[in-house]
Ligand binder design. Structure first.
Ligand code: ADP
Ligand code: MG
Length: 704
């Protein structure tokens, strides 16, 4: 499908020289991979944007070099001075000179062979790093670069600085990034030439070159031309993909799906409650969409706890009533299993056959699941993005429900849709994050929206309080009282640094502390556990065997334990509002009085203070979302950053809203003039869609 000239971009990052299996693991940690992509590819490196540059262009004579600055020196190697035997603390020094002075290159814990090879006596070397004065002498400790005159080009005079992870050096990233740019083939221009000219934007490949191999420090900034151009490319790809979906929805005569309601009636009578009126309204809208001769693409917005799951089940039941199949996709395994548990008993009482498919179903078991799906034995498949794998085929997929949508990218949404045989799969997207209108546009295009505005009856308000960490002991006393009354508690420890290890350490420490006080009833849940361990821990908490569940943010989305009534969030000041709101939504689902304690470390910054205050003030998700937008600006609101899943790869730039509006207009205009993308620019735009992995949009379009 994807044109073969783009293949080099989508090859594994291991095809880059210098990157092997060990580095791949590190890259995996530090690159933002789209969900479902397990091994970093060349293109993921391409979108790994620098945060700044190191300027190595100062090339002084030693006598005039300014200590404390970064310089590039041309030196003659004079003499190696290894540390005296037995003194491992002393550094290895190499004395060098130019025509004006001498300098010592200094290495601690050095590997002798390596240094001898890098700096042969008598040879000329270009050396770059921070020069320092040590007493009377000049020195440079651990130069960043040492290259021979022949390899002079390998020394980047303007070196981009990339976000890294422990064990991954900037030098490796620079070298890799340079190669990735070289892999970019010459592509036809997909932007309007006059538009580019008016803004002074470079061509696509130029733009990448100017960012990853800068000749001008100004270029490496998300406000500068090259980056703005790439941002616009990404936005245009997204808007074009949405516009294609819209066009497709309008032109395509989908099937009419309407059941006789017998399954829905059975499910309803198995429910221990009656549907709220907004659940009923939403279901009415959905049933109408499904019965209409076009495809459904609807967003179901409802705060955490508003009861989206049962709406999803009813929606899927309509498909089955009409003789077809349905799928429900969750962003994490924990959630997929939870959905299964909630849905299974209800489905069973209605005679629905359901199955689960996540990354954990393997081998024979997996084959069986797929076979049942292909032959139509399974009515409803619940799973994670494992549902995207190409060998997963349905007999007749008519409805796809996607839960907690913001974790998935556009192209994945489209991919699931494509699982329907005739392009007629109806899609219901569910999100708990109330999304302001402008952002809806960006991330979802123009889709229809249903809202669950009321909470199920019997819910009590949640008392929220911000508490400084110094008062932890007082909080523990209250917890003790609550536990005696049968309370259950989530205790969330956030990402402190962007490293899983330190993150985990904080949670483990708190776990140990609470265990000491409260004993066996304290459990720990974190991302490093195996799927099975996670399930067991969750199950123990749900069953009430565990009273306190210490967790990293793995519990963030969707988990449902109605008896849990206290949410403690540590370092609450580090969370965004949307995320705090989501976390708080885990409690207040049962009959017990509920609390959310926001532990913070004083002093609070102004924004953090406003966030915590807002949390104390209201539970209204829409108010919180608006405030969130005000406090952080648009690109981040969906929580993509914190969850590690990329929303945009390069488009989070200043002025992004204006670019977005332009991209929207551009996409609409292009399709109105060239609905088949057959013109030269149209063809180039197809390439753009592939570059940003909106492959499915191209496919959709070809079908139209
Ligand atoms: P979310 O919208 O966050 O996915 P869930 O679907 O998990 O919410 O529902 C949260 C809880 O509310 C579940 O325990 C569910 O059984 C319950 N629930 C859903 N609808 C109703 C209702 N109409 N009346 C009472 N409880 C309900
Ligand atoms: Mg949910």
């Amino acid at each position: 499908m994807r044109p073969s000239f783009l293949n080099p971009l989508f090859a594994s990052a291991q095809t880059i020289s210098g990157i092997g299996p060990r580095l791949i693991l590190l890259l995996k940690k530090c690159l933002a991979l789209p969900p479902g992509v397990t091994e970093p590819r060349v293109v993921d490196l391409l979108w790994h944007m620098p945060t700044g540059v190191i300027d190595r262009r100062t090339e002084p004579q030693l006598a005039s070099a300014v200590p404390g600055t970064i310089v590039t020196l041309q030196l003659r190697v004079l003499k190696h001075k290894p540390p005296p035997r037995g003194n491992r603390k002393a550094p290895y020094k190499v004395t060098c000179e130019d025509d004006t002075a001498r300098i010592d290159l200094v290495f601690f814990h050095a590997e002798r062979k390596f240094i001898e090879k890098q700096l042969p006596e008598g040879e000329i070397r270009f050396v770059s790093g921070r020069i320092e004065r040590y007493g009377e002498a000049l020195q440079m400790a651990h130069p960043d670069y040492i290259v021979s005159p022949e390899a002079r080009d390998e020394l980047p005079m303007l070196e981009p600085v990339y976000p890294l992870t422990a064990g991954l050096s900037g030098k490796i990233m620079v070298k890799a990034a340079r190669q990735t740019v070289e892999r970019v083939p010459d592509l036809p221009e997909w932007q309007d030439e006059r538009w580019l000219e008016a803004r002074g934007w470079p061509a696509f490949k130029d733009a990448l070159n100017r960012i990853h191999r800068p000749a001008d420090a100004q270029d490496v900034s998300n406000g500068a031309g090259p980056w703005q151009r790439l941002a616009y490319d990404e936005l245009l790809a997204g808007q074009l993909a949405f516009a294609l979906v819209r066009q497709n929805l309008k032109t395509e005569r989908g099937r009419r799906l309407s059941g006789d309601g017998h399954l829905r009636t059975k499910i309803a009578s198995a429910l221990p409650f009656t549907l709220t009126s907004s659940q009923q309204t939403a279901l009415g809208e959905i049933a109408e969409d499904l019965a209409a001769p076009h495809r459904m693409l609807r967003l179901l917005q409802g705060d955490v706890g508003s009861g989206k799951t049962v709406v999803a089940l009813m929606t899927m039941a309509i498909a089955v009533e009409a003789g077809a199949q349905a799928a429900l996709m969750a962003p994490t395994e924990v959630l997929a299993r939870q959905h299964l548990e909630t849905i299974a008993p209800l489905a069973e009482s209605a005679g629905l056959r359901i199955a689960l498919l996540t990354g954990r179903e393997k081998g024979k078991a997996r084959d069986r699941i797929i076979e049942d799906l292909t032959t139509g034995k399974t009515d409803i498949l619940i799973g994670t993005h494992a549902l995207f794998q190409s060998d997963v085929t349905f007999k007749d997929l008519a409805v796809a429900v996607i839960d907690e949508q913001h974790r998935f990218g556009v192209h994945q949404r489209l991919a699931l849709q494509a699982k329907g045989a005739n392009d007629d799969t109806n899609v219901l997207v569910m999100t708990a994050t109330p999304i302001p209108r402008t952002l809806l546009m960006t991330h979802y295009g123009d889709l229809d929206v249903s809202k669950l505005t009321e909470k199920p009856a019997g819910r009590k308000p949640i008392t929220t309080k911000a508490v400084p960490l110094e008062l932890l002991e007082r909080l523990i006393d209250r917890v003790r009282v609550q536990l005696a009354e049968g309370a259950q508690i989530y205790w969330v420890c956030p990402l402190i640094e962007s490293s899983e290890l330190t993150d985990l350490a904080a949670a483990e420490e708190r776990f140990a502390y609470l265990r000491q006080i409260f004993g066996e009833g304290v459990g720990l849940l974190h991302g490093g556990l195996s799927g099975k361990e996670k399930d067991e821990t969750m199950a123990a908490f749900a069953a009430g065997q565990l009273k306190i569940l210490v967790a990293t943010t793995v519990i963030e989305v969707g988990v449902n334990v109605p008896n849990a009534n206290i949410m403690v969030i540590e370092h609450a000041e580090r969370f965004g509002l949307a995320q705090l709101h989501q976390l708080r939504g885990r409690v207040g689902r049962g009959t017990r009085e509920s609390f959310c304690m926001l532990l913070y470390k004083a002093p609070l910054g102004e924004t953090a203070e406003q966030r915590l205050k807002m949390m104390e003030e209201t539970e209204d998700g829409f108010r919180i979302a608006e405030k969130d937008l005000e406090l952080r600006g648009g690109g981040e609101i969906l929580g993509a950053r914190q969850s590690g899943a990329p929303g945009f790869r390069v488009a989070e730039v200043p002025g992004y809203e204006t670019l977005l509006a332009a991209a929207r207009d551009d996409a609409t205009l292009v399709l109105s003039k060239d609905p088949n993308l057959a013109s030269p620019r149209g063809k180039a735009l197809r390439t753009l869609l592939y570059v940003f992995e909106c492959d499915e949009a191209v496919r959709l379009f070809r079908a139209a």
